[in-house]
Unconditional design. Structure first.
Lengths: 205, 311
C-alpha cells in the first residue's frame, strides 16, 4: 500500500526486513544507517530491549532520489523475530510494499528460516496479501562464516529450500550484514522491484 | 533481556545451571495447578543465544589468537611480570569452550582443554617460556584455521569491530548461564499472585497482569483474558516501548503512565521500577482517580517483592 502524492510528486514505499530471530535484520539497518550519506536519511528508531533484541521494530526512512520525476522515499522496518512476538510482527507488516527475507546461513538455522518464511506467508494472508504477488528479495546472510568452523549452508541448498515455499523463485543476494557486503545490493534490489511494482499498479489503476 | 523462572532464587546465578530449559520445567512442575499458563513463563528468546554465540565464533577465535600471541610475547619478553593479556585469554577460553559445546565440536573442545592445561602449567612455573612457545604457537595457528578467512581487518568491518567488545561481555553472560536478566523464583511468583488476587482484585477490576519490559508474562490474575494473555503481554510491552520512543522524540525521558479508555473497559499501564509493567483492565464504572491511587500503591509493593535485573 504505497502512498503516492501526485501533486508533491512523491512515492512512499514500505519495505520490511523479515526473518528468524538473530538472523541479522537489525544489523542490516544499522549498516545502512552507518554508511549512507546523512542527507538522504532520517533518524533511525529502534524499539528494542535496551539496544539488544528487537521488541517491536527498527525504522529507518530513506530518500532514494528521483525516478521519472517522482521523489522516492523508502521506509525500512524490521520485525522482531522471536515466535512470541507474532502480533507485533503483524502490526509491522501492515501496508507493506516489499519484503527482504533475511535468511540465516548457519546450518543450525535451516528449520527456523523455513518456519519464518512460512509464518510470513500466513501473516500476509491475514492481511489479505498474497506473498507470491509481493516484491520479495532473499538475502542469505552471514556468508562471512563460510570457510570457518561453523557449518554454513550452500547458496544452492538455501535457494532450493526457500524457493520451494515460494511460487516464483525470488532474487537472491549473498550478504554479511555485520561486515557490509551485500547490504546495499539487497537494498537496491528490493527498492527497484518494489518501485517497479508500485508503478505497475499505478498504471493499472 | 530474558526472563527465567527458577525453583529457588539464586540458583541460576550459579555458573553450573546453564540449562535454562531444565530450570523452567522444574519450576513449573514444582507447582501443580499453576500449569498451563505458567508453562508460558519461559525464556522467550530460547535458542537465540546459541545462534548468537555461533555466529560470533570466528571473530572470537581471531580475538583469542590475537590475545594468545600477545600472551606468548609478554611471557618471553618480560618473564618476571604477570602477563597483562592472561585475563583476556582466559575469558576467551571460557567463552570458546561453551561455544564448542553449542556446536558439538569435540575436537575444538579437547583442544581448548589442552590449552587450559598448558597455560596452567606455565603460570605455575612448571614450563619454561620457550617450551611453552613451541607447544602453544602451532595451536594458535590451528585456531586461526578454524576461524577461517579473516575479514575484520577490512575497513568495511567497522561495525564488527565496534561490536566485538560488547559481544564479548554478552558471550560471557551466555557462557555462565546468566544471560537471563530477570530471575523470578516460584515462591515470589506465588506471593505476588496471592497479593494481587487478595488485595487488588476488587469490584470493577477484571484483570491485572504483571509483565516485564520485554513482554514476558510474569503473572496474570483475573478472568478477563485467558487465551490471548501472552500476546497481550508482548504487544503491551511493545506499545509501552513505542510510547517511550515518542516521549524521547519530544524530549521527555518516558511516560510513566499510560491510559486507554474503551467503550466498556479501559486499560491502565504503569511502570514498576525499571523492569516491570503492571497492566490493569477495569470497567468504566470505576473512577480513574481511584484506580490510579490504588495501582500506585501496588507498584510500590511489587517493586519490593519483585527481583531486580540480574546482570
Ligand atoms: N557472523 C555474522 N554475524 C552476524 C551477521 N549479521 C548479524 N550478525 C550477528 O547476529 C546477531 C543478531 O543480529 P541482529 O541484527 O540483532 O538480528 P535480528 O534479530 O535479525 O535483528 C548479532 O550478534 C549480530 O552481530 C553476519 O553477517 N555475520
Ligand atoms: Mg532485530
Amino acid at each position: 500500500m504505497a502512498f503516492i502524492n501526485k501533486s508533491a510528486k512523491e512515492i512512499q514505499v514500505k519495505v520490511v526486513y523479515y526473518g528468524p530471530g538473530r538472523c541479522g535484520k537489525t544489523t542490516n539497518l544499522l549498516y545502512v544507517n552507518q554508511k549512507m550519506n546523512a542527507q538522504f536519511m532520517g533518524k533511525m528508531i529502534s524499539i528494542d530491549t535496551r539496544g539488544d533484541k528487537t521488541l517491536f521494530f527498527d525504522f529507518l526512512p530513506l530518500s532514494l532520489g528521483k525516478i521519472r520525476g517522482f521523489n522516492i522515499r523508502v521506509q525500512l522496518y524490521t520485525v522482531p523475530g522471536q515466535v512470541l512476538y507474532n502480533e507485533s510482527r503483524k502490526m509491522v507488516l501492515k501496508g507493506v510494499d516489499g519484503v527482504v527475507f533475511v535468511a540465516d546461513s548457519m546450518e543450525v538455522q535451516l528449520e527456523s528460516n523455513k518456519e519464518s518464511l512460512q509464518n510470513l506467508r500466513e501473516n500476509l494472508a491475514d492481511d489479505n496479501l498474497d506473498m507470491d504477488e509481493l516484491p520479495l528479495v532473499l538475502q542469505l546472510n552471514k556468508r562471512d562464516l563460510e570457510g570457518s568452523v561453523i557449518p554454513v549452508m550452500s547458496r544452492e541448498a538455501m535457494e532450493r529450500d526457500l524457493n520451494s515455499i515460494l511460487k516464483n523463485p525470488a532474487p537472491t543476494v549473498l550478504a554479511s550484514a555485520l561486515q557490509g557486503p551485500g547490504v546495499f545490493e539487497t537494498l537496491r534490489e528490493i527498492s527497484k522491484i518494489t518501485i517497479k511494482s508500485v508503478h505497475h499498479k499505478l498504471r493499472a489503476s | 533481556m530474558a526472563l527465567l523462572i527458577t525453583d529457588k532464587l539464586g540458583e541460576s546465578g550459579d555458573a553450573k545451571t546453564t540449562d535454562v530449559a531444565q530450570c523452567e520445567i522444574m519450576a513449573v512442575k514444582g507447582l501443580p495447578g499453576m500449569m498451563s499458563q505458567d508453562s508460558l513463563y519461559q525464556d522467550i528468546f530460547k535458542g537465540s543465544e546459541k545462534v548468537e554465540i555461533l555466529g560470533k565464533l570466528p571473530s572470537l577465535l581471531w580475538a583469542y589468537s590475537e590475545a594468545s600471541r600477545k600472551y606468548v610475547q609478554e611471557l618471553t619478553s618480560k618473564p618476571n611480570d604477570q602477563p597483562e593479556s592472561l585475563d583476556r585469554v582466559q575469558k576467551l577460553l571460557g567463552i570458546l569452550d561453551s561455544a564448542a559445546d553449542h556446536l558439538g565440536n569435540e575436537d575444538l573442545k579437547n583442544r581448548l582443554a589442552q590449552h587450559i592445561k598448558i597455560i596452567a602449567q606455565i603460570q605455575a612455573g612448571h614450563l619454561r617460556a620457550e617450551e611453552f612457545e613451541t607447544a602453544f604457537l602451532p595451536e594458535v595457528t590451528k585456531m586461526e584455521q578454524l576461524a577461517g578467512p579473516r575479514r575484520d581487518s577490512s575497513p568495511d568491518a567497522l561495525l564488527e569491530k565496534a561490536m566485538l567488545d560488547r559481544e564479548l561481555d554478552k558471550a560471557e553472560r551466555i557462557k555462565t548461564g546468566r544471560s537471563a536478566d530477570i530471575v523470578v523464583s516460584v515462591d515470589i511468583l506465588e506471593d505476588v499472585r496471592n497479593y494481587l488476587s487478595q488485595e487488588v482484585m476488587t469490584e470493577g477490576i477484571s484483570s491485572v497482569l504483571v509483565i516485564d519490559s520485554a513482554g514476558s508474562l510474569i503473572c496474570n490474575v483475573g478472568h478477563k483474558i485467558d487465551l490471548d494473555v501472552v500476546s497481550l503481554a508482548a504487544v503491551a510491552a511493545a506499545n509501552f516501548a513505542a510510547t517511550e520512543q515518542i516521549a524521547r522524540l519530544i524530549g521527555e525521558t518516558d511516560f510513566v503512565l499510560l491510559f486507554y479508555k474503551g467503550h466498556n473497559e479501559s486499560f491502565h499501564f504503569l511502570r514498576v521500577g525499571a523492569e516491570y509493567i503492571i497492566v490493569t483492565i477495569f470497567n468504566n464504572q470505576l473512577s480513574l482517580g481511584l484506580l490510579r491511587l490504588k495501582i500506585a500503591e501496588v507498584a510500590q509493593v511489587l517493586e519490593k517483592k519483585l527481583p531486580k535485573r540480574e546482570v
